[in-house]
Design a protein around this ligand. Structure first.
Ligand SMILES: NC(=O)c1ccc[n+]([C@@H]2O[C@H](COP(=O)([O-])OP(=O)(O)OC[C@H]3O[C@@H](n4cnc5c(N)ncnc54)[C@H](O)[C@@H]3O)[C@@H](O)[C@H]2O)c1
Ligand SMILES: O=P(O)(O)OC[C@@H](O)[C@@H](O)[C@H](O)[C@H](O)CO
Length: 504
């Protein structure tokens, strides 16, 4: 390989460097993972300022293409969720990183420079100062579904770490959970009299802004009711539907990026070309009257859409894309597959996938042609052979994901007198087999009680207690489980001899 230099801000073109110097640190982000870098940071970059193009030879594109608007371009102060590593890595390269946009035909690399600072989320002093800064107008979140610690109507106040946070916050000390950290930051903002702001959730949950609000207010109430009242009046909580398939980065991805740019980048992110962001403008009756009371980047100029009623968009995405992902993530490994595209080449996976989509389509509040288009696009996106999206990554935390992706549309069907359907039943049965028979693959503390002896009723009790005593769902999932077990016993041309002996 020709000369490879470490990636720093010096790699940016002169106009991009000029834009970067003007960036206003108005967005604070919590959860500095792959998805934030491929999605919100990319939208923010494209929303204002000039291109973040690569100055060096070998570049193949620019992350931003907007002309300067006259307003200062926005910048992001990003915090890791759990470990400091990602912040340290990014900070070492001036927070500039490569986005590899990977289509079925090839890769395009661009540099993203919208992040202006990266910090360890455990550094509570820096976190408080960032949230309390009068320049901060928006907090965005990508912390995973499980991190909200959500139970009906609020945070799980009986969970030991949430209880510990409440005690710590009462003593004026820092918190460790996401709801606790948000309360800690917002208390500092109240203390600084820095005024209103918006909290935007970008995690795969229905009504994710409402969930963020509920968990924050419940923890704040337990700490200090005046603080809760201040947060209610000053912080808007914005729900958003986010979409861009972004697998965890591998060493091979890093090498690909280096080949394209000539830089050694330790914070590369790879994503599909498709991207969607739909944000709700609806506000709570007792909160700020504007969803973004302190302003925001012009994300719409980068393709984001603002709507009053988000529900159809989030249901489309969660009940088709994410439900399909979860079905494949549990069924696929049982059949010897490792990635989404591998599972998509196996009719034993695609048949229940299409059934799952048929079932969701019947209760989606959208025109049939829109649903057909979305399904056609998903087939193509899932089949992209160059996006190696590992089923194991998607499988994590099924106990939190399945209620949102699979149980919610199923409940909607039952409410309308429709049958359970084999697609949803297969997803739930495959999850049961995954957690009860593939312990080495399971990463889900919510599923800890489901061992080899667990039954379908136990599964439903955990995911959907209201369905656990109803004969139809139990029978449908049991029948689906039998079907999967028969598949596992049947030699198939899709399975290598090694795989044929594996699961059971
Ligand atoms: N990757 C995608 O394709 C994609 C697409 C749409 C939405 N999302 C949403 O973004 C989330 C993150 O995805 P990612 O690809 O960036 O994952 P990632 O593993 O790269 O990053 C996850 C981030 O969340 C933080 N985190 C995890 N658990 C936490 C906890 N308990 N408390 C605080 N922080 C915690 C981690 O520290 C990390 O910063 C997903 O869970 C999903 O809700 C991801
Ligand atoms: O990121 P998670 O863990 O919520 O879910 C895994 C995937 O289903 C998800 O990341 C999708 O790739 C994404 O939602 C596509 O926009």
């Amino acid at each position: 390989m020709p000369d490879v230099s470490p990636l720093t801000a010096a790699a940016l073109s002169a106009p991009a460097r000029a834009v970067r110097e003007q960036r206003r640190p108005g967005v604070v982000h919590l959860g500095l993972g792959a998805f934030h870098r491929s999605h919100q940071a990319w939208y923010t970059q494209r929303a204002g300022g000039s291109a973040g193009s690569v100055a060096a030879a070998g570049s193949t594109g620019a992350a931003g293409s907007q002309e300067p608007t006259g307003e200062r371009p926005w910048g992001i102060v990003a915090f890791t969720g759990r470990r400091p590593d990602a912040a340290a890595t990014l900070a070492e390269q001036d927070c500039v990183y490569t986005l590899v946009t990977r289509s079925a035909d090839g890769d395009e690399a661009s540099l993203v420079d919208a992040i202006v600072a990266a910090h360890d989320g455990g550094d509570s002093e820096v976190w408080r100062a960032a949230v309390a800064s009068p320049e901060t107008a928006v907090i965005t979140l990508t912390v995973t579904e499980a991190a909200y610690r959500h139970v009906d109507g609020g945070a799980d106040l009986a969970a030991p770490d949430v209880m510990a946070d409440i005690d710590a916050l009462r003593r004026g000390e820092s918190a460790s959970t996401v709801p606790g950290r948000l309360v800690d930051g917002l208390r500092a903002r109240r203390g600084a009299d820095a005024g209103t702001l918006a909290v935007v959730s970008c995690d795969n949950l229905t009504g994710n802004g409402d969930i963020a609000r509920d968990v924050v207010l419940s923890v704040a109430n337990a700490v200090d009711s005046d603080l809760a009242a201040w947060i209610r009046a000053n912080a808007s909580f914005v729900s958003s539907m986010v979409d861009r398939i972004t697998p965890a980065t591998t060493e091979a991805d890093r090498a690909d990026a280096t080949r394209l740019t000539g830089f050694d980048d330790r914070a590369v992110v790879v994503a599909e070309p498709f991207a969607e962001w739909v944000l709700s403008t609806r506000v709570a009756a007792d909160g700020p009257t504007d969803a973004f009371p302190a302003g925001r980047p012009a994300w719409e100029s980068a393709g984001a859409v603002f709507v009053d009623d988000l529900e159809p968009y989030e249901h489309r995405k969660l009940w088709l894309l994410n439900a399909g992902h979860s079905l494949l993530a549990y069924l696929g490994p049982l059949l010897g597959h490792e990635t989404i595209d591998e599972a998509m080449s196996d009719p034993r996976c695609t048949e229940p996938l299409e059934q799952l989509w048929d079932e969701a389509a019947e209760v989606l509040p959208l025109p049939a042609d829109e649903i057909d288009d979305a399904r056609a696009a998903l087939r193509e996106r899932f089949r992209n052979p160059r996006i190696r999206h590992r089923l194991r990554q998607i499988a994590a935390d099924g106990s939190v994901k399945l209620p949102v992706r699979v149980v919610a549309p199923l409940r909607e069907r039952l409410a309308r007198g429709l049958p359970v359907g084999p697609g949803a039943a297969t997803a739930l049965a495959a999850w049961h087999l995954h957690v009860s028979r593939q312990a080495d693959l399971v990463s889900d503390r919510g599923a800890a009680g489901l061992g080899a002896e667990s039954s379908v009723s136990d599964v439903l009790e955990l995911l959907a207690p209201d369905l656990a005593t109803r004969p139809e769902p139990v029978a449908a999932v049991e029948a689906a489980e039998d079907r999967i077990l028969r598949l596992l016993d049947t030699p198939d041309r899709h399975r290598s001899p090694q795989q044929q002996g594996a699961p059971a």
